[in-house]
Design a protein around this ligand. Sequence first.
Ligand SMILES: [Zn+2]
Ligand SMILES: [Zn+2]
Length: 436
Amino acid sequence: MQRILEQAAEIDLQERLCDRCLGRCFARLGTGLSNEERGRALRVVLAMLQGREPRYVSPEACAICRGLFHSVDAWAERAFESVEGYEFRTYLVGTRVPPEIEEAERELWKRYGIALKQAEPLKQEFNREVGRRLRERLAARGRDATVDFERPEVEVLLDLPRNRVERKVHSLYIYGRYRKLVRGIPQTKWPCRPCRGRGCPECGYTGKQYPESVEELIAEPVLEAAQGEGHALHGAGREDIDALMLGRGRPFVLEIERPRRRSLDLKELERTINERARGKVEVHGLKPVDRRAVEAIKGLEDKRKVYRARVEFERPVTQRELDEALAKLVGEIQQRTPQRVSHRRADLVRTRRVFSMKGEMTGGRQAVIEVVAEGGLYIKELISGDAGRTRPSLSEMVGVPARVTELDVLDVLGEVPFETEAATETQAETTAEEPS
Ligand SMILES: [Zn+2]
Ligand SMILES: [Zn+2]
């Protein structure tokens, strides 16, 4: 108590500070007061103790803020304008304060022994004041948004030294599973090989190796609805271009960059995607998630996958020979990076597990084989042996060269932490705020 008054008296006597900046030195002491009220109250008590009039310093003459807070309304207006066209429920305002102000503030605290736990930096008060007015402006348009320090959907940075407002609109994330029903479509966009995506006669100036991808088929309707500026598909692993993805489908998180709309009718979007991509790609269980889901999806890459391979042997093989060979393949497989991907993957030997294998000869030389294996095991090479780079392999165990003629992924096993029964209950059920 005594200490606060001593500090206040000293600052009041020695420094040219406005009420707000004086009060901010004691901001964390007591609640329900503005910094201005705090500073004023201290000055009134000091005046009473010393039998004189309270001292007054105008904000313009203040050695710290120099009247900066007069601009709070103008900055709030600019902040509002910068995010006006964007829908969001959470936001965060940040301020880049001129270095000389921060410097003056630190000097002041040091000179009078003001502890950081009792004072508040100017920057923080500025953020709060602009944030509060921004919220009022949004509310006046019928929009409800709250401050979120952890994962705001939109961030506004007030750059005071450069006199500009920077807007950061965080991505929108949607979880789901996809099934791929045709061969020949890559999971994500492949840049054209000859031109590396710049566009050339070979790719018809699309810059793409394949005209469409699972990603584009899923993302485009969402991108339109969200009025975003770009997209990315984060899959729990990927199947080969010529493989189908069947069963429950592969978990993915679709990221839409800088969306203007966030409350999307995901059931409706699911229908649109499935209609437009009919016969090629199918999605289900679309559900809003946040960016942490991307990590969770990547974690699923190493989980178990179920594959079905059509295999052709060079010479006839009996069912018994096949069964014996398959039994020997369950366990650890040493797999050196396959020749077909070695141009884009590091050349090393990985150990991956095969959990189960069963198969049936469907002709003298043809078989259908089902494999449950750890993610990351290349199945085509598990069958062929890849010239000895994968060991053991089916070719090696049967003693007859074999190759995969068709490969499909039947399932991606493992629990997805945020995949629940309510996965199809979407944001659509809460009423959307219309961005004005
Ligand atoms: Zn001031
Ligand atoms: Zn090209």
